[in-house]
Design a protein around this ligand. Structure first.
Ligand SMILES: NC(=O)c1ccc[n+]([C@@H]2O[C@H](COP(=O)([O-])OP(=O)(O)OC[C@H]3O[C@@H](n4cnc5c(N)ncnc54)[C@H](O)[C@@H]3O)[C@@H](O)[C@H]2O)c1
Ligand SMILES: [Zn+2]
Length: 336
């Protein structure tokens, strides 16, 4: 297990790479710990929760809502969790988003950490301190930015992860490569999901590279006034599609990235749209969808409850370099 500490504006976060979930006790240092997980992770990794205080959530994005937050709070009260209790989210992005949110409001904020168990959560969702829930069709409408105390990376947990969830994780990895890391983009072009499933060393290296890439972006711009926005590549359209069409997050942003790449070639002469689309397909991700344009535009305009005539879109200048551009609703409509 290798420890690295990263400073953010209000706190520092301990990252434990190449760790084992069983080492969590060393990190929480004897404090009263309550684990939050979901029923799939609990079923697959139950042995790690033996004799522990654990709150098991129903699995899935549809449970990333206020009702689940209320239920976790009630269970914390029943378990007599106090200000010294540490909340540890063991799961995918849904579990980490909810755990961070509850821990941020319970008794005005208690310590929390994450053991991400999906590839997506390891390279993205667990990092950066955004915590929150969905409201209706609006993704991540309510939440807070607060950093966890620690992140523990144990890639052996991925052995039980279904293949479609591996592909979802690669959607965020391809996003990182597209906006910030042309070298990683080339590496990904040479491999595939099956390769990383077999080569643990290369997988660990890829997870670390992505975790560090996101961390660096967030450190420079924690509250998203500039560079952090680039991480939304593929997400503007992706989020508008995600809940309406029951796509997974990875599938939705993959379609969003394919679309944003096309828009990039239309608007800014980006020359490698085919390479982005081919890479997404190589990792088993969808790159198009027959959707209701009018309905999606409505959701885009209403994002975060603001009716807009134009939207800030993340476009690619070249592979490894992205920029923000204001695009009119009209222009979007024509290119959908
Ligand atoms: N906070 C952020 O910055 C941020 C960034 C990206 C995504 N997210 C959020 O993350 C969520 C998506 O995360 P996700 O893809 O991890 O989804 P998820 O948490 O729903 O996990 C996906 C599925 O895998 C199962 N699972 C998890 N770990 C497993 C394991 N080791 N073995 C077997 N099954 C396992 C889960 O039960 C679930 O069914 C979305 O809500 C998204 O908004 C947040
Ligand atoms: Zn995402």
């Amino acid at each position: 297990m290798q420890k690295k500490v990263f400073r953010f504006s209000n706190s520092s976060v301990e990252y434990y790479f190449d760790g084992k979930i069983s080492q969590e006790k060393r990190i929480t240092d004897g404090a009263k710990t309550v684990f939050v997980t979901d029923e799939n992770v609990f079923a697959a990794h139950g042995k790690h929760f033996k004799n522990k205080e654990v709150i098991v959530l129903k699995a899935g994005e549809e449970f990333k809502v206020q009702a689940t937050v209320d239920s976790v709070i009630e269970q914390l009260i029943a378990k007599e969790a106090d200000r010294k209790t540490v909340l540890v989210g063991v799961g995918g992005g849904v579990v980490t988003d909810i755990t961070g949110y509850v821990a941020s409001v319970y008794m005005r904020g208690i310590r929390f950490g994450f053991v991400p168990t999906t590839l997506l959560a390891m390279v993205d969702a667990s990092i950066g301190g955004k915590n929150g829930i969905d409201v209706g069709v609006f993704k991540n409408m309510v939440g807070i930015i607060r950093q966890p105390a620690f992140l523990l990376f144990d890639s052996s947990l991925l052995q039980t992860l279904p293949d479609n969830e591996w592909r979802n994780g690669f959607a965020e990895i391809i996003k990182h490569a597209s906006i910030k890391d042309a070298g990683m983009f080339k590496e990904l072009e040479q491999n595939g999901v099956g390769y990383y499933q077999k080569k643990k060393k290369d997988l660990d290296r890829l997870i670390r590279r992505n975790a560090l890439l996101k961390t660096k972006v967030v450190q420079k711009d924690e509250f998203e006034s500039g560079d952090r926005k680039l991480l939304n590549f593929g997400h503007t359209l992706g989020h508008a599609l995600e809940n309406q069409y029951r796509l997974s997050h990875g599938q939705a942003i993959s379609i969003g990235m394919a679309y944003a790449s096309s828009l990039s070639s239309e608007i800014s002469g980006f020359k490698n749209k085919e390479r982005v689309i081919a890479l997404l397909q190589q990792y088993g991700l969808p790159t198009s969808l027959d959707f209701d344009k009018g309905k999606v535009i409505e959701v885009l305009k209403m994002d975060k409850k603001k009716m807009k005539e134009s939207i800030n879109f993340i476009l690619l200048e070249k592979i490894g370099r992205a920029f923000i551009k204001e695009v009119s609703i009209q222009q979007l409509y024509e290119n959908l």
